[in-house]
Design a protein around this ligand. Structure first.
Ligand SMILES: *Cc1c(COP(=O)(O)O)cnc(C)c1O
Length: 432
C-alpha cells in the first residue's frame, strides 16, 4: 500500500520534525492563578478541628465542581494520586498482615500505595482485550487476609467492573478504582472512578487534565470521605474534636492541595471535554484506518463504554506479521512516531523480587504478622507477561494539540512498517 523504504532500513522517516509538546495551559489558568496570588492565600488548611480543616476556598470549590461534574456526594482533593491511593488503602482499613489485590500492568504507585500502608500487594492477571484486571484471576487469589481490590482503568478505558463489584460484594472487600488515567471515561454509561467504593484521579502534569501535581478521591460513603479527610490532614489532631471513635488508620499526613493548584484544576475540569475530544477523534481515526490489518488487534470498547485514550493501546501479533514486536517498535520509532511497550509487570521490580522496602515495621511481605505467601515470581501472571514480552504496543500520539493530520501520518507510518515485513525479517535474522 505505502511505498518507500522504512527509515530503519535507511529510508526517509515519515515524520521528520518533532511533535509539539503537550501544553494545555492558556490564559484561563493564568488568570485564576493571578487571582490566588493577589489574594495572598496560597493554601488555607489548618491541621486542627476547625472550619479550615477542610481547606481554603479554591480547594473547597474544586471539590464542589468535581462532585457536580461526576455526580458524587464526596470529592476529597489531595496532593497526588499516589497520596490518594495510599489514603484510599488506609481508609479501606488495610494494614499489617492484610492483602490488597492489584494488577501488575500499571503505574507503580497502584501497588506501592499498598506497601505504604504496610499491607501486601497480591498481583492478579489482566485480560488481553482491555489490559485491565481479570475477575477470574482476582477470584483465584482472594484469601482470608484480602481487604481490598484496586482496579485500574488503564489508558483511559474501563476495567470490566461489574464482575469485580460482584466479587467484592460476595467477599466483603473494598473496591478502589485507580482512575488516574481516565477522567471522563465511562463504564456502562457511568463515569469511571465513581463505580467502586472509592475512585482516585490524578492531576499530574502528564495526565488528561492537570494542575502540576494533584489528585482527587471520590466516594459515595460519608464515613470513607471523613477518613480520607483525616488521612489527608493530620487526623491525629482532629479525631477527638470530631468525636471519631474508630481511630485505626486515621493518623494523618500532609496530603493537602494548595489554592494555586486547586484554581488551575477547576479550569482544567471545565476544559475536560475540550481536552479529551482530540484524543478520542484521533483514536477513532487510527482504529478506522488500521482496522482489518491481521497483524494488529485494535482497542475494543464496549457500546456503552467511553474511552478517553490517555494512551492508545493495541496488540501486535508477531506470528502474523513475520517479525517481532520489539523490531516493530524500533521500526515505527525510526519513522519519528511515538510507540513503546508499557511497564515491566510490577512484580519484576526489585522491591518485590528482593522484598526489601522501608515500611514502618520493615518489609510487609517479610514481617512476622504476615501469614500469606504473596507470589512475585516470573510466570505469576502469564497474560501480562506475554503482552509485555511479545505483543503490547502503545502510543501517546492521541493528544492535544494534535489532530487528524497526525493520526493519518501515524497510520501511514504503521502501514509502511507492516508492508516491509520481508525486509524486516531479514534484518531480524541479522540482529539475532
Ligand atoms: C499517574 C498514575 C498514578 C499516580 O499519579 P500521581 O498523581 O502522579 O501520583 C497512579 N496510577 C496510575 C494508573 C497512573 O497513571
Amino acid at each position: 500500500m505505502m511505498e518507500g523504504k522504512p527509515a530503519i532500513l535507511g529510508g526517509t522517516p515519515i515524520l521528520s520534525t518533532p511533535l509539539p509538546a503537550y501544553n494545555t495551559i492558556d490564559y484561563r489558568e493564568k488568570k485564576v492563578v493571578m487571582e490566588v496570588l493577589d489574594s495572598g492565600v496560597l493554601s488555607d488548611f489548618y491541621g486542627s478541628h476547625s472550619p479550615r480543616f477542610l481547606g481554603g476556598p479554591k480547594v473547597r470549590a474544586l471539590e464542589q465542581c468535581w462532585q457536580d461534574y461526576f455526580n458524587v456526594p464526596y470529592a476529597v482533593s489531595i496532593n497526588s494520586a499516589t497520596s490518594g491511593l495510599h489514603a484510599a488503602v488506609l481508609a479501606a482499613g488495610a494494614g499489617p498482615g492484610d492483602e490488597v489485590i492489584v494488577p501488575p500492568y500499571t503505574m507503580s504507585a497502584t501497588a506501592s500505595s499498598v506497601l505504604m500502608a504496610n499491607a501486601v500487594p497480591v498481583f492478579a492477571d489482566i485480560n488481553d482485550f482491555n489490559f485491565c484486571l481479570d475477575a477470574d484471576s482476582v477470584a483465584r487469589v482472594i484469601s482470608p487476609r484480602t481487604k481490598a481490590v484496586i482496579a485500574v482503568n488503564l489508558f483511559g478505558g474501563p476495567a470490566d467492573l461489574d464482575p469485580l463489584i460482584e466479587l467484592c460484594r460476595d467477599n466483603d472487600l473494598v473496591l478502589i478504582e485507580d482512575n488516574a488515567q481516565g477522567p471522563g471515561g465511562k463504564y456502562k454509561e457511568r463515569f469511571l472512578g465513581t463505580i467502586g467504593h472509592m475512585g482516585v484521579f490524578s492531576l499530574n502534569c502528564h495526565k488528561v487534565i492537570q494542575c502540576g501535581e494533584g489528585g482527587i478521591v471520590v466516594t459515595r460513603d460519608e464515613k470513607l470521605a471523613n477518613r480520607l479527610r483525616l488521612i489527608r490532614n493530620h487526623g491525629e489532631n482532629v479525631v477527638e474534636g470530631m468525636g471519631v471513635e474508630e481511630i485505626e488508620n486515621t493518623l494523618g499526613y500532609n496530603y493537602r492541595l494548595t489554592e494555586l493548584q486547586a484554581a488551575v484544576a477547576i479550569v482544567q475540569l471545565e476544559k475536560l471535554e475540550e481536552l479529551t475530544r482530540p484524543r478520542i477523534e484521533m483514536a477513532h481515526r487510527i482504529s478506522e484506518r488500521l482496522q482489518g490489518r491481521p497483524e494488529l488487534v485494535l482497542p475494543l470498547v464496549g457500546e456503552q463504554d467511553h474511552h478517553v485514550y490517555y494512551v492508545y493501546p493495541f496488540r501486535f501479533l508477531p506470528g502474523c506479521a513475520g517479525f517481532s514486536r520489539d523490531l516493530f517498535i524500533r521500526a515505527v520509532c525510526a519513522e519519528g512516531l511515538p510507540v513503546a511497550n508499557y511497564v515491566t509487570p510490577l512484580y519484576h521490580l526489585p522491591v518485590y523480587r528482593r522484598q526489601v522496602c522501608h515500611g514502618t515495621g520493615g518489609c510487609p511481605m517479610k514481617c512476622p504478622w504476615y501469614k500469606g505467601r504473596a507470589d512475585y515470581h516470573s510466570g505469576t501472571c502469564p497474560v501480562v507477561e506475554r503482552l509485555w514480552r511479545e505483543e503490547f504496543v502503545c502510543t501517546d500520539i492521541c493528544r492535544w494539540p494534535l489532530g487528524c493530520r497526525e493520526a493519518d501520518i501515524f497510520v501511514e507510518g504503521i502501514l509502511k512498517v507492516l508492508d516491509a515485513a520481508e525486509e524486516l525479517q531479514q534484518l531480524e535474522g541479522k540482529v539475532t
